[in-house]
Write a protein that binds this ligand. Structure first.
Ligand SMILES: Cc1cc2nc3c(=O)[nH]c(=O)nc-3n(C[C@H](O)[C@H](O)[C@H](O)COP(=O)(O)OP(=O)(O)OC[C@H]3O[C@@H](n4cnc5c(N)ncnc54)[C@H](O)[C@@H]3O)c2cc1C
Length: 498
């Protein structure tokens, strides 16, 4: 997140709440935590007791929605669709729900269309409210906190929520069912194109035909083409929904980031590496015994080893005195961020993880996809709806442009520049960055995190951050900034003439 404008001296404590307690412990945590004696190196027999949860098996098992009235496609029908959507993740289903509402004939193909998504998704509540999706959150926290270091914490006055996967998927599928979307249970192997028609070949040997194929099969897709090398960064994280004996976090705040590294005091190797390639803790406390914890590398290139992330999490939980009794859910998060956009236009349309909409500096995507799918749906309806019949190259150009109009491509260059900047920051620089970032006007930091700022606003945000920078930070900016800045300017220039 952010811009090259890093390492800033702390601006006045006006908008976010800052507290400096050099003698007292940091305090997103209840007092009980600090009364505990923080253990030193733990012998393996005691490892579990003090937080080595890695050998616990996740109890998560696949769950499915129960939909009697889902309309399954039967291959012998030989129907031809307007749109075939590959994948029923959040992106694919949102687009299906939206585009079918125009009367467009849609088929969604996925090996498990009714599987409830296994991932824990977090969003800012206002993002879902503005889309009328607030009923699809199963837990909200009125505030978020960011722990910069052992003596400074910031409280963010912006409610945060966990998406109720079941409710969101149910809502989207209900919308699909009411507008006649068909579903087909298969994995897509291949896509072929003729001038005005495309077809998909599935792993069961069946072929389905449509005017437009949309790839919503997630980050690992191979259906989308790029004409530049994909130099993206990666967010990697290890997350657990855990039953714990106790934890030290306030129940009315979610912990957006905890950048402290005191837990690595007895882990010299981990500490040195963490100071160069830092990870933070993200936590959603549900009650005093149930919590979602995720050790996260915001962005790295090459990707930080997964085992290293897990080891840091073990050390952190041990230090916090969190004893994990059961792992109810577990997730490995690996998100490619930034890098070039897909070649545009191309015969396959993309939405979601495979389309470049993931925030290059944060890895968030769910709310943004929910917000962007209606634009793509409207463009498809304009081309394939009853009044007009635009297909082939003209259709591809219009739908790609609906997702990535020029202004949005420009701002994405800026967000990607933010990612390139973050890649260059060590722990100290990262702390300084977030210290200054969360002191910006809420309009700016909230807008940045939700990809809502225009290019002019992003430029203002950078100037404001630079204005707060200390001299050493400015030196850092000037010495580390040129390459990514030049790349961004070059890309902006190319976009504007392309
Ligand atoms: C662990 C993790 C945690 C995340 N947390 C957040 C978060 O808190 N907030 C946030 O905003 N974003 C988060 N993200 C980022 C992003 O929002 C998610 O990855 C999101 O699931 C992407 O949605 P999608 O619909 O594009 O793809 P996916 O959710 O990956 O869905 C793809 C679908 O396509 C299907 N599929 C794949 N290949 C084929 C094929 N060949 N044929 C047919 N079907 C196929 C799959 O079965 C799947 O159902 C997270 C990502 C990960 C990996």
């Amino acid at each position: 997140m952010g811009t090259r404008l890093v390492l800033f001296s702390p601006p006045p404590p006006t908008r976010t709440h800052q507290i400096f307690h050099s003698a007292t412990p940091p305090f997103p945590f209840s007092r009980t935590h600090y009364k505990r004696k923080i253990p030193g190196r733990i012998h393996s027999s005691n490892a579990r007791k003090f937080g080595n949860f890695l050998d616990l098996k996740s109890e998560q098992s696949p769950e499915f929605l129960d939909f009697d009235d889902l309309s399954w496609f039967q291959p012998h029908e030989r129907s031809r669709f307007d749109v075939i959507i590959i994948g029923t993740g959040p992106a694919g289903l949102r687009l299906a729900e939206q585009v079918s509402s125009y009367g467009i004939k849609v088929c969604c193909v996925d090996p498990n269309p009714l599987l409830i998504w296994p991932t824990n998704y977090g969003v800012w509540v206002d993002e879902f409210e503005s889309l009328g999706l607030e009923n699809c959150l199963d837990r909200t926290w009125p505030m978020a906190s960011v722990c910069i270091n052992d003596s400074k914490i910031k409280f963010l006055n912006r409610p945060y929520g966990r998406v109720c996967r079941k409710k969101l998927k149910n809502k989207l599928i209900e919308g699909c069912v009411s507008s006649g979307v068909r579903f087909y249970k298969a994995k897509v192997w291949q896509i072929e194109h003729k001038e005005f028609e495309s077809s998909i070949l599935c792993d069961d040997g069946n072929e389905l035909k449509g005017s437009l194929i949309v790839d919503a099969s997630g980050f690992a897709s191979t259906f989308i083409e790029y004409d530049k090398s994909r130099n993206h960064g990666y967010q990697i994280a290890h997350g657990i929904l855990a039953e714990v004996s106790d934890h030290p976090f306030d129940l009315d705040k979610m912990l957006l980031m905890d950048w402290r590294d005191s837990h690595l005091g007895n882990e010299p190797y981990l500490r040195v590496n963490n100071s160069k390639f830092p990870t933070f803790l993200y936590a959603m406390p549900f009650n005093s015994n149930l919590i979602f914890l995720e050790e996260t590398s915001l962005v790295s290139r090459p990707v930080l080893p997964y085992m290293e992330v897990k080891r840091r999490m073990v050390a952190r939980l041990r230090h916090l005195g969190i004893k994990v009794n059961r792992i109810l859910e577990q997730e490995k998060c690996l998100i490619p961020m930034g890098g070039p956009l897909p070649r545009m236009p191309q015969s396959v349309m993309a939405i979601g993880g495979t389309s470049g909409v993931v925030h290059p500096s944060t890895g968030y995507m769910v709310a943004r996809t929910m917000a962007l799918a209606p634009f793509v749906a409207a463009a498809i309806a304009e081309c394939l709806g009853s009044s007009r019949m635009i297909r082939g190259k003209q259709l591809y150009a219009k739908v790609w442009n609906s997702l990535w109009p020029t202004e949005r491509r420009f701002t994405r260059e800026f967000y990607s520049f933010g990612m390139e900047t973050l890649l260059k920051l060590d722990l100290k620089g990262t702390r300084c960055f977030f210290d200054a970032f969360f002191d910006l006007e809420p309009y700016y930091w909230q807008g940045f995190l939700s990809s809502r700022l225009s290019l002019v606003e992003l430029a203002r945000l950078s100037l404001s951050l630079f204005g707060h920078a200390s001299n050493s930070s400015r030196f850092d900016i000037i010495t580390k900034c040129p390459a990514p800045l030049a790349r961004m300017m070059g890309n902006l220039a190319l976009e504007s003439i392309g």
